[in-house]
Design a protein around this ligand. Structure first.
Ligand code: DER
Length: 232
């Protein structure tokens, strides 16, 4: 229950700090963003805000439509004022691991198009270094036919294990919104993340990684008591 209190507190504070009238806003994926959407809806009604919301996944698109917000797409709005999104873990330099929800590629594209990329998370995501608390690995989106050689290349070069993410409510692997597979690289210890990211992007078949390095402008962590810690 406390976790929800934290997610909600962080989301409300971030929306109140960054959402203004006549803006184009990137809407992230996951569970924390839902609290941000609720707050946006509340403020649109109360303040009669004019907003365009650009989704980072089918989930985000559904949430925008179900909440009666104005849906936009990047081809119409390639420059966003702000993008608000969750994260699986954030280190002391605001580097993030994202992709726990499998939406990392569109998230990274939309977050990249925003002037300000804002992260909202509960305090469990607040780490000294990546991997300190998040143990489910670094998500990597890959073209389906390449998953086996990519797995082997990662394991032979970086060590650790590279697992093909299997679906829970579908037989076989998770298939992303872009019709690709996800490999989760379970790594050991602290890494030179810029080097890791460059290496991963050099492997044919790798589409995108869940490493968001030096992109978050501010991070809002919500505590179980409902307090908010802001980092930038
Ligand atoms: O998959 C993602 O990158 C999501 O943003 C995810 O990391 C956030 O998940 P949560 O808000 O449900 O914790």
């Amino acid at each position: 229950e406390g976790i929800k209190v934290g997610k909600k507190a962080a989301a409300i504070r971030a929306v109140d700090d960054h959402v203004k009238d006549n803006q184009v806003i990137g809407i992230g994926s996951g569970s924390t963003i839902i609290y941000a959407i609720d707050r946006i809806v509340e403020r649109v009604k109360k303040e009669n805000l004019k907003l365009i919301c650009v989704p980072t996944s089918f989930q985000a698109e559904q949430a925008i439509l179900e909440n009666g917000l104005s849906l936009g797409q990047l081809s119409m709005y390639p420059k966003l004022d702000v993008a608000i999104d969750g994260a699986d873990e954030v280190d002391a330099s605001l580097n993030c691991i994202k992709g726990g929800g499998g939406c990392l590629t569109q998230e990274k594209i939309v977050d990249y198009c925003a002037r300000d990329f804002i992260v909202v998370a509960d305090e469990r995501k607040d780490s000294e270094f990546l991997g300190e608390k998040w143990k489910r690995g670094l998500p990597i989106e890959v073209i389906p036919m390449s998953y086996k050689p990519v797995q082997l290349k990662i394991q032979n070069t970086l060590g650790g294990t590279a697992n093909l993410r299997m679906a829970a409510k579908k037989a076989g692997p998770v298939v992303t919104d872009n019709s690709n597979f996800i490999i989760d690289w379970i790594f050991d210890g602290e890494q030179d993340w810029q080097k890791v990211d460059t290496f991963l992007h050099s492997i044919p078949g790798v589409l995108e990684t869940g490493l968001f390095l030096q992109t978050a402008k501010m991070v809002y962590f919500g505590t179980v008591e409902g307090k908010v810690v802001v980092r930038h």
